[in-house]
Design a protein around this ligand. Structure first.
Ligand SMILES: Nc1ncnc2c1ncn2[C@@H]1O[C@H](COP(=O)(O)OP(=O)(O)OP(=O)(O)O)[C@@H](O)[C@H]1O
Length: 588
């Protein structure tokens, strides 16, 4: 059954603004220093043109060469001071940006790791990967570069515009009127940009999803000759992403030319109006030169600000996507982790457990069940009955919507990870090999284990033959670009982790369901060693597992409908008896 398409949420403007302010607040001293240094640099920058205007007027008034030389020396000193202050401001700004970017990355990783497994399942890896790489990088680069650049430029614009007004108020007024076109163009752009950039981000994520699905399912694609369909799906994604990018490009192609025109205009207006006023003796030539020079200087910082206004739309959309997962982290009602909570006994008890996936109705309804220590319980039922969901609730991968899943009287979701894995471990078909050595892969389950314990765990699951033959023993690197473990070896590694974790209860979900008979036999032998002496709750796809279990739990439409030993349930002639007969091929 396929669940409806689900996307990770996007934070609204207010949340993004709050998050950005909080980031600035955490490093406010660096932020304030960068601001002050930039203002000083901008102050030093306006002295030059002002002195140049004075020189023009003084020369016209017949001043001495020494006076001009002295003024030129001051201009030089101011230029050097501006250069040094700018460099210093940039250094402080970049350091601030890097620290803030690191915080954004850390927070994203924490939140992504804290996401409920069901949400990650439904969202797929593409969206999360895109947010964790492209979006975080865009936010980080904006925080690192935009802050310093915008500080410098904004300070320069304020000082330069102010200086024009102070030098010659009439010319200042004329230039401010000419500059008014810029806010109009920017407003027009901002109204449309956020939606366009969010659409672009979503299109990119969708494309990443398609590419990831094609790459990870390469063998299936090959086996079923699905190349054409996959190429078509990826091309659709590329076309969608292209259209979204063209939309943002068209917005930029209106913004930049109109703004370019708007800041060429004041210089022309000042020269025109200033020239006319000068002809009538209203304004000195020096004032016109000074104002024109200030206005020419405006184009640089204004360009930078507009570049960042544009960039901040795309990185703002990225920030909204990065912050979006904040609303989800820890979303299921998990019990608060409690370090002192020590389970008293190994019995597992489910009381009135209800569970629903994000945005859907209950798929587990009012399940009550007690599993005794050392018991072997098989969970059976038709596809979609809720067996896998129940196994995830037992292993605290998801938390019930209402009701409780306890081990020894303590909710499983209240146990710290290291405590939980000493009690309950879920074993599925998915046997991930992490990048790192064999030792790293095993110590995930028992960080304190020494080499002898690691080797003993490998031997317990029958992995000692290939493990002993590894070129660097436990130091052998595994994963992409290093040694590749075949399926059964990866399974053994995963089972050796269970041996090391040494939980009293193992929940098995499809651990051997889809394996070929030889591999399944291999795994079952290893499993037998792992399960010896533990409580076992097995989602049983082959009913012989149910036959051999102490009790069988039958799930139908999310409810626990039958519970008892195999023989009793067959005798009762209910749902289980029907399943058993159909599995055996006995006519009903
Ligand atoms: N990640 C998910 N998001 C939304 N709905 C889900 C998700 N996983 C399962 N479901 C739905 O929950 C219900 C129970 O599914 P579950 O996988 O627990 O059943 P199951 O008995 O294990 O089935 P099967 O034997 O086919 O694995 C189904 O209706 C399924 O569509």
């Amino acid at each position: 059954m396929s669940a409806p398409r689900f996307s990770l949420p996007v934070a609204d403007r207010a949340t993004v603004r709050r998050a950005a302010l909080e980031l600035v607040r955490t490093d406010r001293r660096a932020f304030a220093s960068a601001l002050v240094l930039n203002c000083l640099a901008a102050g030093a920058g306006i002295v030059g043109p002002w002195l140049l205007g004075r020189i023009v007027d003084d020369v016209r008034g017949g001043t001495s060469v020494t006076h001009v030389d002295r003024a030129a020396l001051v201009i030089l000193c101011c230029a050097v001071a501006q250069l040094l202050l700018l460099r210093w401001a940039r250094l402080v700004g970049h350091r601030f940006g890097e620290r803030v970017a690191a915080r954004v990355r850390d927070r994203f990783v924490d939140r992504a790791l804290g996401l409920p497994a069901s949400v990650v399942d439904r969202a797929g890896p593409g969206d999360l990967t895109n947010r964790g790489t492209n979006d975080v990088a865009a936010v980080a680069s904006a925080l690192r570069d935009a802050g310093p650049d915008v500080f410098v430029s904004a300070a320069q614009v304020v000082f330069l515009a102010g200086a024009v007004v102070v030098v010659e108020p009439v010319l200042g007024l004329v230039s401010l009127c000419c500059l008014a076109g810029i806010p109009v163009a920017v407003r027009w752009y901002l109204r449309r940009a956020r939606a366009a950039y969010l659409a672009q981000g979503e299109a990119d994520s969708h494309l990443a999803e398609q590419l990831a699905a094609t790459a990870s399912g390469a063998r299936t694609v090959e086996a079923f000759r699905l190349q054409e369909q996959r190429i078509e799906a990826c091309e659709r994604g590329i076309r969608h992403s292209y259209r979204a990018r063209m939309r943002t490009l068209s917005l930029r192609s209106v913004l930049f030319p109109s703004v370019d025109f708007s800041y060429a205009l004041p210089v022309a207006a000042v020269l025109l109006v200033g020239g006319t006023l000068h002809a009538h003796g209203g304004v000195s030539l020096g004032a016109i030169v000074t104002c024109a020079l200030y206005l020419r200087q405006l184009s640089g910082p204004l360009d930078t600000i507009l570049f960042w206004v544009e960039q901040l739309q795309s990185s703002g959309a990225s920030f909204a996507r990065v912050e979006g997962i904040g609303g989800l982290a820890g979303a299921p009602p998990r019990a608060p982790a409690c370090e002192e909570a020590v389970p008293c006994g190994d019995a597992i008890r489910l009381r009135s457990v209800h569970y629903a996936y994000e945005g859907g109705g209950d798929v587990v309804l009012g399940v009550d069940l007690t599993v005794r220590a050392g018991e072997r319980l098989a969970v059976v039922g038709p596809s979609g009955a809720g067996k896998t969901t129940l196994s995830k609730l037992l292993a605290a991968i998801d938390a019930p919507r209402t009701g409780t899943v306890d081990v020894g009287g303590v909710p499983v979701t209240a146990l710290a990870p290291e405590q939980l894995r000493r009690h309950i471990v879920l074993v599925t078909q998915e046997h991930h090999v992490f990048l790192g050595s064999v030792r790293d892969n095993l110590r995930i389950a028992a960080p304190e284990a020494d080499d002898a314990q690691l080797s003993a765990a490998l031997a317990a699951v029958g992995a000692d033959d290939w493990a002993d033959a590894l070129p660097q023993g436990l130091d052998t690197e595994l994963g992409a670009g290093a040694l590749h473990l075949e399926g059964p070896q990866a399974q053994q590694l995963a089972l050796a982790r269970v041996v090391l974790a040494d939980p009293h209860t193992v929940v098995l979900d499809e651990a051997t369901a889809l394996l070929d008979p030889t591999t399944a036999r291999h795994t079952e032998r290893a499993l037998a060693a792992v399960l010896h002496g533990r409580t076992v709750i097995a989602v049983a796809h082959r009913l012989h597992t149910a036959h051999d279990a102490d009790r069988v739990a039958v799930m139908e439409d999310g409810r626990l409908t039958e519970l008892g030993p195999h023989a009793e349930l067959v005798e009762a002639d209910g749902a289980y008896a029907a399943l058993w007969r159909s599995w055996h091929g006995t006519p009903t």
